[in-house]
Design a protein around this ligand. Structure first.
Ligand SMILES: [Zn+2]
Length: 119
């Protein structure tokens, strides 16, 4: 299959993609190409803010991804967040058996919330 190297505008990650996929990503992100991880981060930004455009979310993420390491380590944070998201996704849809019994969750969430006592 024919592939081209596409470089992420946010983190600089280079991925081998089909021209059709590259064109689809560029169309969605205003002519820029972003890797899957950054595309997800931009999507999260849009979902979290609600009112910002794709362009604004992209700019924010680019600024975040290129922020000096003295402030924080974005690549590391992104990786940790991505792994945490993956894990959470797995925990949200457990494969049936090793899930905790429902009552143990109720016990954990029930007490400690005096405002809900009269509900
Ligand atoms: Zn990227």
């Amino acid at each position: 299959m024919e592939v081209e190297a596409a470089k992420c505008e946010c983190c600089g990650f280079t991925e081998e993609c089909t021209p059709a996929y590259i064109a689809a990503v560029r169309a969605e992100y205003l002519g820029r190409w972003v890797c899957g991880l950054c595309a997800e981060a931009v999507g999260d930004e849009i979902r979290r803010e609600g009112t910002i455009t794709t362009a604004e979310a992209l700019d924010r993420h680019v600024a975040f991804a290129r922020a000096p390491r003295s402030r924080r380590a974005p690549a590391e944070d992104d990786l940790v967040a991505a792994v945490a998201r993956l894990l959470r996704r797995c925990l949200d849809s457990p494969p049936a058996s090793p899930a905790p019994p429902p009552q143990s969750r109720k016990v954990a969430a029930g007490p400690g919330c005096p405002d809900g006592a009269d509900a």
